[in-house]
Write a protein that binds this ligand. Structure first.
Ligand code: PMP
Length: 443
């Protein structure tokens, strides 16, 4: 591996005591093998830069998969967390804390929905959203009539790993090892209005849509599809749920990705960047849907604790005060222009997709080796569906960061053009079918 440029960044006191080889060996021995990780141990970061235990610097265009919207060690976030850690890290939801209400109020302003419930992760927010759709259907069914119970979701969706969230997640590789899942879920072909119409009937209690699919490969839901989903949900008294966990909270240059459409969802899920790196998820709902919940029906021990809610409030204030949505849009325009130039230069780039700072680079070759090469050059990116490179940089990146990224990325592409292998899934036009088929065959 070529060594990335070394910057004069002092090793952290923790890093000085770490042996990456020992850490990797202990992980291999003592942890469930759920992740495939490079042999690097990240110890600290600042802004959009991350540093490993050897003091090497990386420009982070992945941001913890859309979590670290303010980059690392934002002084205002650090200050709030220190302050709250010295007060109460946890107060039971049997009691009020100072930060839930102002955070819920701010989220209502950002989303144009009415009420929030706080959870601890994206999956948990999705669970809550699905439960709310069911509860609404039960409440509406009334005297002796059977409630509607089915859910619709989209092909290539990703909504999480818990049973409910997994049930509305499309790829077979995530689902099959854990079946049976929650019954009554049907998947609609992406942006296929006719398929939507044929599957949406009076037995559906909710449809869940990522306005921009993240794990699915940065796919944008069309205006027509969204409009029809809105109409059908209203017609059948079902919930239109927008999963904004990856694309929401400012990443598109709007507060939420659904704000590019002309109608609102009934329920919205958020997580990733909300807690500034601390675990916090939420679902937001219109009064119409929220009104079916009464005390005791849903809850959480940790969800919405004072420490994490204070950090989230600070995050939202920083986004507003520093006008970060404008920065997202401006840096996005520079990044997109640079990437389009590279696409004209390298014919294995098929398409650049996305909005704001959620960008997919669709390749006709395997993306994994490019991610590895980028890492060796001090650049953090990621690949989804084997051939779609994904960029999710922090909202705070500068013009200089974009220029540095484009320079390094061009070298990654140039190296790939000499050695690349065509991607099987890209060539077939289908997304990641090979592994799913192999899994199915193995059963
Ligand atoms: N929904 C979407 C759109 C996501 O991108 C993710 C995480 N990648 C989730 C749900 C699940 O979130 P978590 O990992 O926090 O449970």
């Amino acid at each position: 591996m070529a060594k990335p440029r070394k910057k004069l960044q002092k090793k952290s006191p923790v890093a000085a005591r770490l042996s990456p080889a020992k850490i990797c060996a202990d992980e291999a021995r003592y942890m469930l093998q759920t992740y495939r990780r490079p042999p690097i141990v990240f110890t600290h970061g600042r802004g959009a830069r991350l540093y490993d235990s050897q003091g090497r610097e990386y420009l982070d265009f992945l941001a913890g998969i859309a979590v670290n919207a303010l980059g690392y060690a934002n002084p205002r976030i650090v200050k709030v967390i220190r302050r709250e850690a010295g007060r109460t890290m946890h107060v039971s939801n049997l009691f009020h804390n100072p930060y839930q209400a102002p955070l819920a109020r701010k989220l209502a302003e950002w989303s144009a929905l009415d009420r929030a419930f706080f959870a601890n992760s994206g999956s948990e927010a999705v669970e809550g959203a699905l439960k709310l759709a069911r509860a609404y259907a039960h409440a509406r069914a009334g005297n002796g009539r059977a409630p509607k119970t089915r859910f619709l979701a989209l092909e290539n969706s990703f909504h999480g790993r818990t049973f409910g969230a997994l049930s509305v997640t499309y790829p077979a590789k995530y689902r099959q090892p854990f079946e049976p899942l929650v019954p009554g879920v049907e998947f609609v072909r992406f942006n296929d209005v006719a398929d939507l119409e044929s599957k949406f009937d009076g037995t559906v209690c909710g449809i869940i849509i990522e306005p921009i699919q993240g794990e699915g490969g940065i796919n944008l839901v069309s205006d027509d599809f969204w409009r029809r989903a809105r109409e059908l949900a209203t017609q059948h008294g079902a919930a239109l749920i927008a999963d904004e966990i990856q694309a929401g909270m400012g990443r598109t240059g709007r507060h939420f990705a659904y704000q590019r459409f002309d109608s609102l969802p009934d329920i919205v899920t958020v997580a990733k960047p909300l807690g500034s790196g601390l675990p916090l998820g939420a679902f937001l709902a219109s009064n119409e849907f929220a009104s079916v919940i009464s005390p005791g029906m849903h809850g959480s021990t940790f969800g919405g604790g004072p420490l994490v809610c204070a950090a989230a409030l600070e995050f939202l204030s920083i986004v507003e005060e520093k006008n970060l949505l404008a920065n997202v849009r401006e840096r996005s325009a520079e990044l997109r222009a640079g990437l389009e130039k590279l696409a004209a230069q390298f014919d294995f780039i098929r398409e650049i997709r996305g909005e704001g700072l959620i960008i997919g680079i669709d390749l006709s070759i395997e993306g994994g080796p490019l991610v590895k090469d980028a890492l060796s050059r001090g650049l953090l990116i990621n690949c989804t569906h084997e051939h779609i490179l994904r960029l999710l940089p922090p909202f705070i990146i500068s013009r200089r960061d974009v220029a540095e990224f484009l320079g390094k990325f061009e070298r990654v592409l140039a190296a790939a053009s000499k050695s690349a292998r065509p991607s099987a899934s890209a060539a077939s036009g289908a997304q990641a079918p090979a592994r799913a088929a192999a899994l199915a065959a193995a059963r």
